[in-house]
Write a new protein. Structure first.
Length: 696
């Protein structure tokens, strides 16, 4: 309400004035404006409430002056403020001024002043009136966004803003530096100019992703102005720029990251020694190969290669040497393959090959042959020449199986079969093999059980002096009761037991049982001059064997001079040097040594002379052919001469008939063993047999 100068009492006029001031003050608060005026003649000022508050005073608590204002204005703004004021007074135009003040409480504020000169009736400037606005908050935001912009601009990362047509709206210095294009050049370019492999369709797809999820991460290749290409990871984001929809791109050069990634990938998938793909890589490729072959209806071969006797090389010549052999082997095999074949090292001395697109299994055979040839060439390492061989197993997809795991298993079975057949060979998988492998597993299992239960029987076969039909000894022969009533003969499990390392345990069981029977007969008064036991050479080479046999015989009261150990010729000749030493120690303990199956192995005369032998057993194959074959007769005669000159006793095994007996006697061989006298029989039957001999 306006003041009525004529009618309003001073009180009413004052009230009205107060009301006006309050309203004004509310307005000031809302707009954050403080108003003021300065009398240019007297320098006296009037401040509104808000003005006081801006400078940190209680309203009307001080006398406002121009000096007071300058006291609060930071010194660096004084000059500018004075200049602006003079200019405003001179030109009588509105002025604005931005500066900073220190409030009474020490806080610094940003202020914006708008002012205008007022003239008196004569047109002379009399007052300066204006407003002061606290713009601290606005300036803070402005300053920090300035800083942000600066950071973005200076970033080493490439930062772009593009419009919906993929044209550049903004690029930062990082982008300019890395790509070599200037900001001006960028104004005329779009993203396809720096992304040579990006198609419009791809760009649209990425855009769709951004629109759906607001953010998209993408890998691409950038090309600089000079033509250099480098991998980039882009983070895309939808933004509003200059009031229009746009995209913000943060691009980082990931060359180094990619190199590291590549290196890690390589390490994870390759064998460090040979640089060949490793098992993980192989397994992945194998799966892919199966998919490929199914789709294209092709077949592929899986070859599993294992070096023969590699363990020996490693153990005797050292690991470093072994490593060199593996590296050289890898090189050689690689040379024998086509580029499309996958060649990997599975570990140790095991390698594998996937032969792609083999038309016929025969082609796989050719490759296997080629590998054999390259491995067989002499290795020259550390100035030494030596020879290697390998065994290869082959399975074929899809002929053998369509199952990946089975395919590998089959190749392995085939490889194992190749090893069993004497190494340095290759084998294709056939179904029979799995059956065989399974049989081997159950055989080993059953054998172990039999060993635990001592489930072996000892049969006995007499040895006779034909001149007076006198018993000169008895040979113990093992029988295995597998299951309840199947009797398994030694030829079907002894070689296997040798292979899997169970023979020494079996031999000890037989030895103990045979000696106990022997002692029992002795006690009954049946005198048997000698007990022959078959022994695997492996047993001989056991460190504790001599000790064991001495202990056992002492324990049961068995006279070792009654014991004869039969070792087969081929087994003994395997490692004659080591055997000789052991045999010598056995002989010193009174034990007799016989060479079994003589004539079937390849005894060297030199060793034969050195072996502390007592007796030679002519193999039954010669005796069985004796009647019909002159050749066998010649061999037997030769053996007899040899035995005589080396002072070995001699016994013929496999004597089945009277003819055999007579012929042998005519040649001067009198000791015999064979069905003609008795088949091997169990202890009970043998006991009766001997009593009948005694009665004769
Ligand atoms: P070996 O030591 O040469 O034993 C002689 C083999 O010829 C025995 O076969 C015996 O039954 C057989 N035989 C005996 N007389 C005749 C005959 O007149 N005609 C024919 N055709 N054969 C005859 P067996 O018992 O099957 O043993 C086979 C081989 O198994 C043995 O040959 C021996 O090398 C091995 N062996 C047997 N028992 C053991 C044992 O406890 N430990 C070890 N390590 N090997 C054993
Ligand atoms: Mg024997
Ligand atoms: Mg024999």
């Amino acid at each position: 309400m306006p003041i009525d100068v004529a009618n309003d009492t001073p009180e009413i006029a004052l009230k009205k004035l107060k009301a006006r001031e309050n309203a004004w003050h509310r307005l000031e608060n809302v707009s954050n404006l403080g108003s003021w005026e300065v009398d240019l003649k007297t320098n006296r000022s009037l401040w509104s409430r808000r003005s006081y508050e801006i400078y940190g005073y209680e309203p009307y608590s001080v006398t406002p002056t121009l000096e007071l204002f300058f006291k609060h204005l930071l010194p660096q703004y004084h000059q500018e403020a004075k200049t602006k004021m003079q200019e405003g007074i001179r030109s009588q135009k509105a002025i604005t001024f931005k500066g900073r003040v220190r409030r009474n409480d020490g806080e610094i504020l940003d202020i914006l002043i708008n002012a205008q000169v007022i003239t008196n009736e004569k047109g002379e400037p009399s007052k300066l009136i204006g407003t002061t606005q606290d713009i601290t908050e606005y300036m803070r935001i402005k300053r920090s966004s300035q800083e942000l912009l600066e950071i973005i601009e200076r970033s080493f990362q490439e930062i772009y803003i593009i419009d919906k047509d993929f044209r550049f709206l903004y690029v930062n210095e990082g982008a300019v530096k890395r790509t070599g294009y200037s900001k001006e050049e960028f104004q005329k370019m779009d993203i396809f100019d720096i992304n040579p492999y990006l198609t419009f369709k791809q760009a649209k797809e990425i855009e769709a992703r951004v629109l759906k999820r607001e953010l998209a991460i993408n890998r691409t290749i950038h090309k600089t102005k000079d033509g250099e290409e480098y991998p980039v990871q882009t983070n895309l984001q939808k933004i509003v720029y200059n009031e229009k929809d746009a995209y913000l791109l943060f691009d980082s050069d990931i060359s180094e990251l990619q190199r590291l990634e590549d290196e890690l990938y390589y390490q994870a998938y390759h064998d460090a020694l040979t640089n060949l793909p490793n098992r993980i890589y192989f397994e992945e490729r194998l799966k892919e190969e199966v998919i490929y072959s199914r789709r294209n209806k092709t077949r592929f071969a899986l070859l599993l290669i294992d070096l023969d006797r590699f363990k020996e090389i490693n153990d005797t010549l050292g690991h470093q040497f072994g490593d060199e052999v593996l590296v050289e082997t890898a090189k050689r095999i690689k040379r024998a393959l086509r580029a499309i074949d996958m060649f990997a090292r599975l570990g140790g001395d095991e390698f594998t090959i996937i032969l792609r697109d083999v038309k016929k299994p025969k082609n796989a055979q050719k490759v296997a042959q080629k590998i054999h040839d390259v491995i067989r060439e002499p290795f020259l390492l550390a100035q030494k020449e030596f020879f290697l061989s390998c065994s290869i197993g082959i399975s074929i997809f899809p002929d053998d199986t369509e199952d990946v795991a089975e395919l590998v298993k089959f190749a392995d079975t085939a490889m194992y079969d190749a090893k069993r057949k004497g190494k340095d060979g290759f084998c294709f998988y056939d179904k029979q093999m799995t059956k065989l492998a399974q049989e081997r597993i159950s055989l080993e299992h059953d054998l172990r059980r039999a060993i635990e239960n001592k489930g072996f029987d000892v049969y006995f076969q007499p040895q006779i002096d034909a001149r007076g039909k006198k018993l000169v000894g008895v040979e113990a022969l093992v029988r295995w009761r597998r299951g309840n009533d199947t009797i398994v003969y030694p030829d079907s499990f002894i070689p296997f037991a040798q292979e899997v390392g169970l023979i020494t345990q079996i031999d000890r069981i037989v030895m103990e049982k045979a000696i106990k029977h022997f002692l029992y007969w002795n006690k009954k008064g049946v005198v048997i001059p000698k007990l022959s036991l078959n022994l695997a050479t492996k047993q001989l080479l056991q460190e504790d064997f001599l000790e064991y046999i001495l202990d056992f015989s002492k324990e049961v009261g068995f006279d070792l001079s009654k014991l004869e150990l039969e070792l087969t010729e081929s087994d003994l000749m395997h490692d004659p040097k080591r055997s000789i030493a052991m045999l010598e120690r056995l002989r010193q303990s009174g034990i007799k040594i016989a060479m079994d199956d003589f004539g079937t192995g390849y005894s060297s005369l030199a060793y034969l002379k050195k072996l502390p032998l007592h007796l030679i057993k002519i193999d039954k194959s010669f005796i069985l052919d004796l009647v019909d074959e002159v050749e066998s007769q010649e061999i037997v005669k030769t053996i007899l001469v040899l035995a005589l000159s080396l002072r070995f006793e001699i016994i013929a095994e496999g004597v089945e008939s009277k003819e055999h007996e007579e012929l042998l006697c005519s040649m001067g061989c009198y000791m015999m063993q064979g069905y003609y006298y008795s088949k091997p029989v169990d202890a009970h039957v043998f006991g009766e047999y001997m009593t009948s001999l005694e009665r004769k």
